[in-house]
Design a protein around this ligand. Sequence first.
Ligand code: NIG
Ligand code: FE
Length: 414
Amino acid sequence: MSALLIKNIKQLVQVREEGRFPVRGKDMAKLPSIGNAWILIKHGIIEDFGSMDDCPEEPKAVIDATGKLVLPTWCDSHTHLVFADTREEEFVGRIKGLSYEQIAAAGGGILNSAKKLAGKSEDELIASATERLNEIMHLGTGAVEIKSGYGLSVEGELKMLRVIKHLKENHPLTIKATFLGAHAIPAEYKQNREEYIRLIIEEILPVIAEEQLADYIDVFCETNYYTPAETSRILEAGIKHGLKPKIHVNQFTSIGGIQVGIQHNAISVDHLEVMTEQDKSDLANSNIIPTVLPSCSFFLGIPYAPARELIEANLPLCLASDYNPGSTPSGNVPFVLSLACLKMKLLPEEAINAVTINGAFAMELQHELGSITKGKKANLIITKPINSINNIPYRFGSDLIEDVLIEGYSRKKN
Ligand code: NIG
Ligand code: FE
């Protein structure tokens, strides 16, 4: 099918000229849209759109969207969705009162996932990750970042990144890959962490560069994981190999991760549940995208990041799922939107900007995705008949998405 017209759209949401910067501060409350609209897709790209008053001649393929809204798909810029198996035993442990940190200290957590991943082949990991990608695609995600970090060895990390590369080349979603070898200190290097850091820098990064296995470099900068000084060294090595930083900071403690991100020109600093006043003002004076992950706070019962304050500090807030087996076993972005509104007090417009256009910027996909803009990919959500975009976060847990088009092709109905 080369041309598709969607007509009688109740509201075409997130209509923008291509911009050079993410949406920040007060502008996040504005979600430009056109009522009673049409959109024309050609060869998977948005060709044109407008009001029904000047609807073009109908090509063969037409969707009548009477009563329905059309939005750009979600851009989920932070996930760990390649993993070997779920960790519901830890979930039950937490119900009984253990904390995420206590579970990790007892050999659970990230090390548990690394143990499980060591026994899986690339094909097995591709099969399970493909199911997760299909699941999030049906929930409206059209682009996703995926991290390594459950390999924690030369072979394991490269295996994960080759799996992600395969997904990039074979799955309809647009995918970015992040190398997170520094996700935890592997058990066998507890007494010799320096040697594992050497492996990351000297053994793994050169292969990543050679085989073009990653776009970004990430480090879990956190108490009991990687110090700010170690984070700096690893980021510098990644940058030398052409990888830009996107890092995990301030999830449980504030130890200087934000400042390391600023020094190394990170694209985004992610998590931010625990921030000092100094952290907030340093971030406010930077050009970095703060990415917050409310499903992780919900699932672990930790504080929510101060998203409202970040917007009020004129920052371009981004929302993502953090889909992973330990802290967030869900890639459900509509639920992220509900939590952002209910727990972080974001307006629906702010939340949708955070996970569409700003999510695209957080993966450097702003030229292809994140808004209804001529020339961008036709990755679109068609809702069921609903009153307004407010319904999406308001009716939490309901599936209000009728169809998802990826480069113009229906991916939910068929
Ligand atoms: O973003 N915080 C570090 N990494 C993940 C959790 C990983 C896991 O528990 O498996 C996160 O929450
Ligand atoms: Fe994460």
